[in-house]
Write a protein that binds this ligand. Structure first.
Ligand code: AMP
Length: 543
C-alpha cells in the first residue's frame, strides 16, 4: 500500500520562494570588484534571480542546457545559482584557477552555451576564445560603468541584461531528479570529471547541512563561506543559508587575505565561517600579528584537507571558537562527515577532545560509509583497522557526466570508491589516513602520509609539509618529508626527525627530510603529490 502524502518535488526554486517569503528582509553582504561592501536583502536577491530567469528564456536556452560561471563569491553569483537552476538549466561553476587547457576541456565537455564571468577573469577567456567556439556568448558580471574592453564576441553586461526584465516569473515545476548544477573535479590525474547534482540531491544535502550536528545553521546566524561558490557549491551554503534565513556574507575576490577576512567577520558579526585550512592559517597569522581576537565567531567548519591539531587548539584557546572538521568531496556534494562531540564523551580531557577533533568526524544521516581491504573485505570499526573508504547515499554521485564507459569508481554493489584510506572508531568517527594513491607501502604495512604531515606542520618552523614514498631496496617504499620552512625560521633535518619521536610509531618516522622553497599545488590548493613524486623520482635515501 502506498502512503497518502503529497509527493512535492524537492526543487531549488522552493528555497528561493521560501527565503523571499519568510526571510525577505535578511541581508546579503558582498565584497565585489566594483563595490567594497554591497548590501541588499534576500527579497531583492530572489527578485533579481527571477529577472535573470526571464533573461535566460530570451537567450533561447532549453531545459538542461549548461550555463557556466567563472566568478568569486558575491551576490551576482548567488543570483545565478537560483536563476539558472531554478528555471531548469544547469549552473556549471568553473574554477578560475584551472590551467588554460583544463578550462578548454571543461567548457567544451560540459557544452556550455553561455558563460557568466567576473571582469577580472575575462583575460582567461580571451586567451582560449578560439578553442571554445561552442559558447554562444558571455555575460560580464558588472554594470555598464565598469564594463571592460574585450576582444570576445557577443558580450553582454549583467546589470543591463537583468535590469531589462520583470521580476514576475513563475518557477517551472521540474522533476526533482533533473540536473541543477555541475562541478568538475580538479583531479590530479587524467581529465577533470563532471559531477552533476540534481535538485533532489541538492535539497536533501542542504536540509542535512543545517542540522545541529552538521553546520548548526539558523536564522540567527551570519555566515561567511570562504569556500568558493565555484567549488562544490560552497559546501551547500548558498542553499542552506537561504533555507533557514541566515545572513550571508560573501567575500568576493578577498578570499585569501587574513586582514580583509578579519575586518569582514568583525564588522558583519559573523557567527559561522567555512573554509579550507590554508585560509584559516592566513587569518590566524594575521590575528596573532595584529593582536586581534574573534569575539563574535562561534564556530568554523574546516575541511577539504586534514586540519592541524595546532589550528584547532589556537581557535579554541585564543578565540573561544569551536572548530568542526568536515570531510567530503565533490562527488559527495560534498558533506560526508562533520566532527562534533557525541553524548557519552563529555568526560574527555581537553587533550583527548583535541585528539578527537583532529578526526574527520561522524557520518551524517544520508551517507553510509564502509572501509574495505585490498580484497574488498569490510574492516571493523575499531579505530585501528584501515581500508579503502567507500560511501553511498542521498547526495553521492552515481556516475560522471558524459563519461562513456564510466570511471570505474563504483563497486558492483553500488558504492562509490572515494579514493581515501581511513579508519573508523567504535563511536563512528572517521579518520582519513591517506589517499589510496599517496599511502606509503613500507614492508607490507601502510604508512599514512597525512599523519606524518600533521606532525610536521605542528612544528613552529614548518609552514607546509608533504610526505611521499620513495623507492627503497628492502622496504619497497619509505617516507620522505618535504618541507617549506616558515618565514624567518630555521630548523635542521635532525631536529625535525627528532620531532617525530614518541608522536608516531618508530617505523613510520620519515627516513629523510628535503627542504624546498614551495610545494606544487592543484587548482583547489591541495599538494600535487604526483608532481612532487616526479620531482623526487631520482632521490636516493641515505643508507
Ligand atoms: P575535492 O573533491 O576536491 O573536494 O577533494 C576531496 C578530497 O579532499 C577527499 O577525497 C579527501 O582526500 C580530501 N579531504 C577532504 N576533507 C578532508 C579532511 N577533513 N581530512 C583529510 N582529507 C580531506
Amino acid at each position: 500500500m502506498r502512503g497518502l502524502m503529497m509527493n512535492t518535488p524537492l526543487l531549488i526554486s522552493a528555497i528561493a520562494e521560501h527565503a523571499a517569503r519568510y526571510h525577505g528582509g535578511r541581508e546579503i553582504v558582498s565584497v565585489t570588484a566594483d563595490n567594497p561592501r554591497h548590501r541588499y536583502t534576500v527579497a531583492e536577491a530572489m527578485a533579481r534571480a527571477r529577472q535573470l530567469a526571464n533573461a535566460l528564456v530570451k537567450l533561447g536556452l532549453s531545459k538542461g542546457d549548461r550555463v557556466a560561471t567563472i566568478a568569486w563569491n558575491d551576490y551576482r553569483h548567488l543570483e545565478i545559482y537560483y536563476g539558472v537552476s531554478g528555471s531548469g538549466y544547469v549552473c556549471h561553476t568553473i574554477n578560475p584557477r584551472l590551467f588554460a587547457e583544463q578550462l578548454v576541456f571543461i567548457i567544451n565537455h560540459a557544452q556550455d552555451r553561455w558563460i557568466f564571468v567576473d571582469p577580472m577573469f575575462l583575460p582567461l577567456i580571451e586567451k582560449i576564445a578560439d578553442k571554445i567556439t561552442g559558447v554562444e556568448g558571455f555575460v560580464v558580471l558588472t554594470d555598464e560603468a565598469h564594463m571592460p574592453d574585450t576582444s570576445l564576441q557577443n558580450v553582454r553586461c549583467y546589470e543591463t541584461l537583468v535590469g531589462a526584465e520583470s521580476s514576475d516569473f513563475a518557477w517551472p515545476e521540474l522533476d526533482e531528479n533533473s540536473a541543477a548544477a555541475l562541478c568538475y573535479t580538479s583531479g590530479t590525474t587524467g581529465d577533470p570529471k563532471g559531477v552533476l547534482y540534481s535538485h533532489r540531491s541538492t535539497l536533501l544535502h542542504a536540509y542535512a547541512g543545517v542540522a545541529p550536528d552538521v553546520m548548526n545553521l539558523s536564522s540567527r546566524d551570519n555566515v561567511l563561506p570562504v569556500v568558493p561558490l565555484f567549488h562544490v557549491n560552497a559546501w551547500g551554503i548558498p542553499y542552506s543559508a537561504l533555507m533557514v534565513g541566515a545572513k550571508l556574507v560573501l567575500p568576493g575576490p578577498k578570499m585569501g587575505d587574513g586582514e580583509t577576512l578579519y575586518a569582514l567577520m568583525d564588522s558583519e558579526d559573523v557567527t559561522l565561517a567555512l573554509g579550507v585550512p590554508t585560509v584559516w592559517l592566513a587569518l590566524l597569522q594575521y590575528m596573532a600579528k595584529a593582536g586581534k581576537r574573534l569575539d563574535k565567531l562561534k564556530s568554523t567548519i574546516i575541511g577539504g584537507a586534514a586540519v592541524p591539531r595546532s589550528m584547532i587548539e589556537e581557535f579554541r584557546d585564543k578565540h573561544d571558537v569551536e572548530v568542526r572538521q568536515g570531510w567530503g568531496m565533490t562527488e559527495m556534494s560534498p558533506l560526508g562527515t562533520v566532527n562534533t562531540a557525541k553524548a557519552g564523551l563529555e568526560s574527555m580531557s581537553g587533550d583527548e577532545q583535541l585528539d578527537l577533533a583532529t578526526k574527520a568526524g561522524r557520518g551524517i544521516f544520508g551517507v553510509e560509509m564502509r572501509i574495505v581491504d585490498a580484497d574488498g573485505v569490510e574492516q571493523p570499526w575499531d579505530g585501528v583497522a584501515y581500508g579503502a573508504l567507500q560511501v553511498r547515499g542521498l547526495w553521492i554521485c552515481s556516475d560522471y557526466f558524459r563519461l562513456e564507459g564510466g570511471a570505474g569508481t563504483h563497486t558492483p554493489d553500488g558504492w562509490f570508491e572515494t579514493g581515501d584510506v581511513a579508519t573508523i572508531d567504535p563511536h563512528g568517527y572517521l579518520a582519513i589516513t591517506d589517499r589510496t594513491k599517496d599511502v606509503i607501502k613500507s614492508g607490507g604495512e601502510w604508512i599514512s602520509s597525512i599523519e606524518l604531515e600533521n606532525v610536521a606542520t605542528d612544528h613552529s618552523a614548518v609552514a607546509e609539509a608533504a610526505v611521499i614514498g620513495v623507492a627503497h631496496p628492502k622496504w619497497t617504499e619509505r617516507p620522505l618529508l618535504v618541507v617549506v620552512k616558515a618565514e624567518g625560521q630555521e630548523v635542521s633535518k635532525d631536529d625535525l626527525l627528532a620531532w617525530f619521536d614518541g608522536k608516531v610509531a618508530s617505523w613510520c618516522v620519515p627516513d629523510d627530510v628535503a627542504f624546498v622553497e614551495e610545494l606544487p599545488h592543484t587548482a583547489t590548493g591541495k599538494v600535487k603529490k604526483i608532481e612532487l613524486r616526479k620531482q623526487f623520482a631520482d632521490y636516493r635515501l641515505p643508507d
